[in-house]
Write a protein that binds this ligand. Sequence first.
Ligand SMILES: *Cc1c(COP(=O)(O)O)cnc(C)c1O
Length: 466
Amino acid sequence: MTNSAPLQYVSTRGAAPALDFGDVLLTGLATDGGLYVPAEWPPLPDTARAADLSYAELARAVMYPFVEGVIASDDFGRLVADAYATFHHEEVIPFREIGPDHWLMELFWGPTLAFKDVALQLVGRLFDHELTARSERRTIVGATSGDTGSAAIAACRDRPCLDVFILFPEGRVSEVQRRQMTTVDAANVHCVEIRGTFDDCQDLVKAMFGDESFRSEQQLGAVNSINWARVMAQVVYYVWAGRRFGELEKPVSFSVPTGNFGNVFAGEVARRMGVPVGQFIVASNRNDILTQFFGDGSMTIGEVHPTLSPSMDIQVSSNLERLLFELLGRDGVAMAEFMARFRGEGHVGLEAEQFALTSEHWTGASVDDAGTSATIARYYADQGYLLDPHTAVGVQAAERCRRDTGVPLITLATAHPAKFPDAVEAATGVRPELPPHLADLHTRAERYVTLDNDLATVSRYVAENR
Ligand SMILES: *Cc1c(COP(=O)(O)O)cnc(C)c1O
């Protein structure tokens, strides 16, 4: 087993070279514009079926087939153990019963209170490991409207091979979100407030990556949600739930608050590895292009509407491409045509027989802000439990779309309520408290610069401070 050839990864658009895990980790987007996926789905290893595994032990077992031949088993085990030792709950990812056969899977016990820590705490360490082996460095540059920035900073801080620059829009991230970024006291962390919108921040990042010479001189790198390693790390908790509620033999269903589709696609990977799954409920807020897609197989680009669940305010979910690739029979040419039509015409649809492949497992549902607030209020009144607005979207979608009673249903709790205190307080009258490790967040010193929305200014700042 130990000497088997590394798993190869192929692009969903079929025209980029196949790579091993180390290159996929550092590359992100494929050169043909596609996303990397394993050339075949490995079965769940027997080690993942052993009794009494801790979360970190299970994580090591489930992910090892994806990195085997690139990262030594003991090194990988150490990176995984370190990543999950940062979580503030002894079970790492605990469950809580909220109704008959309905459970929350609390993914928010990491350093920044959102599920993105589950993947990024590991990905930061994997970057550092791989770059050290190659004697290379990377300058991670990203834009954030809230959660991703703090999780990326927490993942990259103090890592010798990395600098991290996070651009965020002036006045448009919450106080908690800004302070989670700006109060991190690490020399390699650079928070940049931009006099502009989130779209301006994203455009600046795209322009820096689009400039080939700047990109290579500054050794730019990204940890965005299309990175395969992020999806890989999220597969583990679907196996964790499958073990707990179905012994990996009986089906379990999932309701997933969805934005870029990375989280719920990780569930599909677990299913393809052999975890029995009944239903995936893809829960959206008012930005409901995925509800349309799972309703009739079509997608129409629309405007993005701001909602109470801002981390799901997305219209084009980049990781959906990984599911589409499977529905199109792994045909990269067809995939490239499909995406070109979508971008060109703003509308695209699956053929009937391709769409039929989604009917067994997939259901889309959209929950508006009124429904979100009502759900937060109801669970507080009935159970004294505070749901964050993203989780509340998932809970209401679960209640509405559940197909089989008797199959355990797991709703993924993607953020701690204290991360979105205004929405929670408006719904319940109660302001959720920050957990102890962040209790002094509002008195910590902040460190950031404010720059104009100007590419030359921002590029110079990156070049001079990395
Ligand atoms: C990022 C995020 C989501 C959406 O996850 P995707 O993987 O983009 O679908 C949902 N909830 C919270 C709290 C998030 O931070």
